[in-house]
Design a protein around this ligand. Structure first.
Ligand code: GDP
Length: 201
């Protein structure tokens, strides 16, 4: 059982020189805009407003860093969480899309302390083209990936496991790297932390 002792906002960055020092194991969160990424980070850390849950998709254009202090069986560890801006928002210009892509790919390729990436997928919708492309990129970049199928509460209980299975298949990742999640019902919180603890060990 992992306990979150503390969670706090660290800094916001656009360029590499704004990243915090690579002095703590880091986990990045990516997903389609409006997928439920902010809600997931808030649910994981147990802080309702750590990340602003925005009703305006596509607005966050920065990397946001948070520090969480975890404890498991008497062992304490700081894990840095990097909230990456959401992708797949239709109403942005080519130039904006290009600058977003550069910011993300630079981070994913160069961040030395990055230990894993949580790729968030809407379990109700299933994996989209954008999700498939993102997963292929992450795997190609050699990153360890955990897929979180969120908003699982929107599916009837009997549909949940099959949906997570089809997400794994569509994304071409092992079934056991896809976990179900719900921010509203707090499903999957312990399972995701366990996986992140392992990834940062
Ligand atoms: P972000 O843009 O990816 O950060 O997404 P948000 O966290 O802002 O959430 C987008 C919308 O989805 C909001 O209206 C949330 O209330 C809703 N939402 C997020 N997570 C869940 C969930 O687990 N279940 C349900 N039913 N709704 C969710």
């Amino acid at each position: 059982m992992i306990r979150v002792l503390d969670a706090r906002f660290l800094t916001t960055a656009v360029e590499e020189k704004g990243w915090p020092p690579a002095d703590a194991p880091e986990i990045a969160f990516v997903g389609r805009s409006n997928v439920g990424k902010s809600s997931m980070i808030n649910a994981l850390t147990g802080r309702r407003k750590l990340v602003r849950v925005s009703n305006t998709p596509g607005r966050t254009r920065t990397l946001n860093f948070f520090d969480s202090v975890l404890e498991k069986e008497g062992q304490r560890r700081t894990v840095r969480l990097a909230d990456l801006p959401g992708y797949g928002y239709a109403r942005v210009s080519q130039a904006e899309r290009a600058s977003w892509e550069k910011m993300i790919t630079t981070y994913l390729q160069r961040r030395t302390s990055l230990r894993g990436v949580v790729a968030i997928v809407d379990a109700e919708v299933g994996a989209t083209e954008d999700d498939v492309r993102t997963l292929a990129y992450l795997v190609g970049a050699g990153r360890r990936v955990l897929v979180a199928g969120t908003k699982l509460d929107r599916l009837g209980k009997s549909h949940r496991k099959p949906r997570l299975g089809s997400i794994a298949e569509r994304l071409s990742v092992p079934r056991d790297t896809v976990l179900g999640f719900s921010a509203t019902e707090k499903l999957g919180v312990a399972e995701v932390w366990d996986a992140l603890w392992m990834a940062t060990s």
